[in-house]
Design a protein around this ligand. Structure first.
Ligand SMILES: C[S@@+](CC[C@H](N)C(=O)[O-])C[C@H]1O[C@@H](n2cnc3c(N)ncnc32)[C@H](O)[C@@H]1O
Length: 266
C-alpha cells in the first residue's frame, strides 16, 4: 500500500501544479531505450511562465547576477547554459558570452533565441567535463544547476579552473540538499523518475570542497529559495529570501557560490 500511495501522492502534487521545473522534467523524460533521460528546452517556457517559476527563477538569477557584479567587457563562459537565459542577461550588460551545453536541443533553442533577441551571445555544444577551450581563455565562468546532472562534478570544477585566467571568477548556483525541493526530488527518484535517480543535490560544504580542490578560493556562499514548491508560499516567503540566504544555506533549495581562481595578479 505504501508503495502505491507515495507515487500517487507525488502525481497528485504534480496535478495541483504546486511543483516546479524539476517535476515538470519528470514528465518530459526520455523513457525510450536505455539512454539516460535528458532535459529538453520545451520545459523551460511553461516553468518560467508559472507563478512559482517566475518568482523562483528571478530570485536565483538575481542572486547570481549580484555575485557576478558588473560583467561589462568580461569574457564569460556559461557552462550548461540550457536555452541561454542567463547568457542573454550577461550579454545585455556588456559581457562577451559563450554558452555551452551538451544538449543539441538546448543549443538550437539558445541560438534561435539569440537571433530573436538580437543578442551577441554565442552558443556551442560542449561538455563541462571536457571543455573545448584553451586554458586561461575567460575572465568569468558561470554554471547554474548543472552539477546535479554531470557524471563527474570534480572534473567540471577542474575544467572550469583550467579555462579561467588567474584571478578569474567562478559563480555557480546549485540545488541545495537540505530543502523541501530536494526531498521531493528524492521521493520522485525513488518512485519512478530516472532523471532524479541520477540527479544530485549538494551541501555548501561539498561545493566549497570541490572548488578548493580545483584551486579556487571561495569568497561567498549564499542560500536562496527557502519556501516549499508552492506558489503561495513563494509569494509570501520570497521577501525574506535575501536576509535568510545571507545567514544560512540550510533549507535553501538553491545555493550560490562565488570563488576566485588562485593565481598571481597580472
Ligand atoms: C537544469 S538545466 C540548467 C540550464 C541553465 N543553466 C539554466 O539554469 O537555465 C541543466 C543543464 O545542464 C546541462 N548538462 C547536463 N550534463 C552536462 C554536462 N556534462 N556538462 C555541461 N552541462 C550539462 C543540461 O543539458 C541542461 O541544459
Amino acid at each position: 500500500m505504501y508503495i502505491k500511495v507515495v507515487p500517487c501522492l507525488c502525481e497528485r502534487m504534480t496535478n495541483w501544479n504546486v511543483v516546479g521545473i524539476f517535476t515538470a522534467v519528470d514528465m518530459s523524460e526520455n523513457r525510450t531505450g536505455n539512454a539516460p533521460p535528458v532535459l529538453g528546452p520545451e520545459i523551460y517556457s511553461p516553468w518560467r511562465a508559472s507563478r512559482l517559476g517566475c518568482i523562483t527563477e528571478s530570485l536565483e538569477e538575481n542572486l547570481l547576477l549580484e555575485l557576478v557584479g558588473d560583467p561589462k567587457g568580461l569574457d564569460v563562459l556559461d557552462v550548461g547554459c540550457g536555452d541561454g537565459d542567463l547568457a542573454f542577461s550577461l550579454a545585455e550588460s556588456g559581457a562577451c558570452v559563450v554558452g555551452v551545453d551538451p544538449s543539441e536541443g538546448m543549443i538550437d533553442k539558445a541560438r534561435e533565441m539569440a537571433e530573436l533577441r538580437n543578442s551577441t551571445a554565442t552558443f556551442q555544444c560542449d561538455e563541462g567535463e571536457s571543455l573545448s577551450f584553451d586554458e586561461a581563455r575567460f575572465d568569468l565562468v558561470l554554471a547554474k544547476t548543472i552539477l546535479c546532472f554531470v557524471d563527474d562534478a570534480p572534473m567540471v570544477f577542474s575544467e572550469m579552473a583550467r579555462v579561467l585566467r588567474p584571478n578569474g571568477r567562478l559563480v555557480i548556483g546549485e540545488l541545495g540538499r537540505w530543502s523541501f525541493w530536494a526531498l521531493q526530488r528524492y521521493i520522485r527518484g525513488r518512485f519512478g523518475s530516472r532523471l532524479w535517480r541520477r540527479g544530485n543535490s549538494w551541501t555548501s560544504a561539498q561545493l566549497r570542497t570541490m572548488a578548493e580542490d580545483a584551486g579556487f578560493t571561495v569568497t561567498e556562499i549564499r542560500g536562496s529559495v527557502f519556501y516549499p514548491r508552492w506558489a503561495f508560499a513563494a509569494r509570501v516567503m520570497s521577501r525574506f529570501d535575501e536576509p535568510l540566504g545571507r545567514m544560512t544555506t540550510f533549507g535553501a533549495a538553491f545555493i550560490a557560490m562565488a570563488a576566485t581562481k588562485d593565481g598571481f595578479a597580472s
